[in-house]
Design a protein around this ligand. Structure first.
Ligand code: GLA
Length: 455
C-alpha cells in the first residue's frame, strides 16, 4: 500500500467533465486539480472507535469530489453543485467554525484548518472550489467526514505539501471535532486508508489498517431507513461518549487504577491486562443497570459537581442528569469482541462463514438497540424487513438514530432480497418510495481518497 494518497492523471469521466463545466461557469477559469474522499459503511464495531477499539468498515463508491484552482488572493471561495448548499467565502486568515450552526462549509473548513495547523502554515494559498457529493447526507455513511477529508487533502495539494494517509486521517479525525462531535477516527481513517476490493480492520493509537477479505458468496447491501440523523445537531452522540468516559472512571477506580488519567474504556482493559470477556464480567460486578445520577457519580469518584461538569462532561452534555453506564460499557466490550470474531471468521473462510458473520451482525444490532440505544423504530423495522427478505445478517451502521442499515446477503438471494425490501419497506410509503433509488443499493469495498489531474 502506498503511503501517500495517490495522485493520478485521468481522462475526465462524465461527472468530472460536468463538474469542470460548472466550475468554469462559476469562476471563469479551469480547475487546476480535483480531489475526492469516499464515504464508508461500517460492517461491525459501532461506537467503539472512540473507546480505543478496532472497527471494521469499508469505503463505498459514493464520495465527495471537489474541483480546485489556486490563486494569490487571501480567500477561499466555496460553491456546491447541490443548490441546497449555499456559496461561501472566507479569508484564509480568519477561519472560524461555528459549532452552533453546523452548515456544510464548516466541515470543509475543519479539514482546511486541521492541515493549516498541522503544517504551521501562516499564509494559506487562496482557493476556489466547487464541491460535488454523492454520499447521501445524514444517513450514517459519513458524508461529513468525507467532506472534511476531501478538504484536508485538497488543502495539502493546493499548498504544495505532502502528508501521508495516516497523518491526514489523524489530522482530519481531530479537526472534525471543531464541529463539536467527539467522534473516534473510523470515518476519516477509512476514507484515506481504504483500498478497492477489501474491507479493513482499523486499529487506533497508533492507527493501523489490516485487510479483511469478505466472503465471496455474499454481497453487502445498504438500505436507508429514511430518517435523517445529523449527529452534530443533537447531543445524542456526545452523551454516549461521555457515558463511556464516566464508566471508564468508575471501573478504573473500583480496580484501584489511576482513574483521573484514564478516558477510554479500552485503557481500563489495557491496564488490567484481561480479556474482553473478563471486562464484560467486571462491568456486571462493578456497575448497576439503573442510571447513575450526577450526585452518585460525584460521590463514587469523590469529586464536586463543578469538576464533573468542567472536566468530564462536554459543552453540549451539561444538561444531562442521568447516565446509563452499565449498558454502554457492556455494549462496548462485547462489540469489541465481536469485531475480532468477525475478522477471524473471514480469515478462516470455512463452511458456514456467512451464517456466522450474519449472527455476529445480529448480535451487534441487538446490542446497539438495547444496550447502546442508538437505533430507532424505523431502523429496527428495516433490519427485520431485511432479515425476512433473505439477509444472513443486518444491522444499523454509523452513528445510528436514523440513517442506514447494512445487510449481508447471499449472492444467490440478492435479486429476491432487493425485490422484497422494495415491496415491504419503500413502496408502501410515498416519501420512502420517492427516495428508494438512492436508498437501496449493493456496495463493494471501494478505494480511498485521491488527487486527480486532467491528462
Ligand atoms: C460516527 C463517528 C465514528 C463512530 C461512529 C459510530 O460515524 O464519526 O467515529 O464513532 O459514529 O460507530
Amino acid at each position: 500500500m502506498s503511503v501517500h494518497p495517490p495522485k493520478l492523471q485521468v481522462q475526465l469521466n462524465e461527472r468530472l467533465q460536468k463538474l469542470k463545466e460548472i466550475f468554469m461557469q462559476k469562476f471563469g477559469e479551469v480547475p487546476l486539480f480535483y480531489a475526492y474522499a469516499p464515504g464508508r459503511v461500517n460492517l461491525i464495531g459501532e461506537h467503539i472507535d472512540y473507546c480505543g477499539y478496532a472497527v471494521l468498515p469499508m469505503a463505498i463508491e459514493q464520495n465527495i469530489l471537489a474541483a480546485v484552482s489556486v490563486n494569490e488572493t487571501q480567500d477561499i471561495q466555496l460553491a456546491n453543485t447541490n443548490p441546497q448548499y449555499t456559496d461561501f467565502t472566507v479569508s484564509t486568515g480568519d477561519i472560524r467554525i461555528d459549532r452552533a450552526n453546523p452548515q456544510w462549509q464548516y466541515y470543509f473548513l475543519c479539514g482546511v484548518k486541521g492541515v493549516q495547523e498541522h503544517l504551521g502554515l501562516t499564509a494559506l494559498a487562496g482557493m476556489r472550489c466547487v464541491v460535488d457529493g454523492t454520499v447521501p447526507a445524514s444517513s450514517g455513511l459519513s458524508s461529513s467526514s468525507a467532506l472534511v477529508c476531501c478538504a484536508g487533502l485538497l488543502t495539502v495539494e493546493a499548498n504544495r505539501k505532502s502528508l501521508s494517509k495516516v497523518v491526514l486521517a489523524e489530522i482530519c479525525a481531530r479537526s472534525e471535532r471543531y464541529i463539536g462531535t467527539e467522534g473516534g477516527g473510523m470515518d476519516q481513517s477509512i476514507s484515506f486508508l481504504a483500498e478497492e476490493g477489501t474491507a479493513k480492520l482499523l486499529e487506533f493509537n497508533p492507527l493501523r489498517a489490516t485487510d479483511v477479505k469478505l466472503p465471496d458468496e455474499a454481497v453487502f447491501v445498504i438500505a436507508n431507513c429514511c430518517v435523517e440523523m445529523n449527529k452534530a445537531a443533537t447531543s445524542h452522540f456526545n452523551i454516549r461518549v461521555v457515558e463511556c468516559r464516566i464508566a471508564t472512571k468508575l471501573l478504573a477506580k473500583s480496580k484501584g487504577l489511576d482513574w483521573s488519567r484514564l478516558l477510554k474504556l479500552g485503557e481500563v482493559q489495557a491496564e488490567l491486562a484481561v480479556s474482553l470477556e473478563e471486562m464484560v464480567q467486571i462491568v456486571e460486578e462493578v456497575l448497576h443497570p439503573e442510571p447513575y445520577s450526577r450526585e452518585e457519580i460525584c460521590q463514587c469518584l469523590g469529586i464536586t459537581l463543578e469538576s464533573l461538569c468542567s472536566d468530564i462532561l462536554s459543552p453540549n452534555t451539561q444538561h444531562v442528569t442521568h447516565f446509563k453506564l452499565y449498558q454502554r460499557a457492556k455494549h462496548v466490550y462485547s462489540e469489541a469482541a465481536r469485531v475480532l470474531q468477525f475478522k477471524a471468521v473471514c480469515e478462516q473462510a470455512a463452511d458456514g462463514a456467512v451464517r456466522r458473520l450474519g449472527e455476529l451482525m445480529q448480535e451487534s444490532h441487538a446490542s446497539c438497540r438495547d444496550l447502546y440505544e442508538c437505533s430507532c423504530p424505523e431502523l429496527d423495522q428495516l433490519v427485520d424487513t431485511c432479515l425476512r427478505s433473505g439477509a444472513a445478517g443486518s444491522r444499523l451502521t454509523g452513528a445510528g438514530w436514523g440513517g442506514c442499515v447494512v445487510s449481508m446477503v447471499p449472492t444467490d438471494r440478492l435479486d429476491s432480497f432487493l425485490l422484497k425490501v422494495r415491496e415491504s419497506y419503500y413502496r408502501p410509503d410515498a416519501r420512502r418510495a420517492a427516495l428508494e433509488k438512492q436508498s437501496l443499493f449493493v456496495t463493494k469495498p471501494g478505494g480511498g481518497a485521491a488527487v486527480l489531474f486532467e491528462a
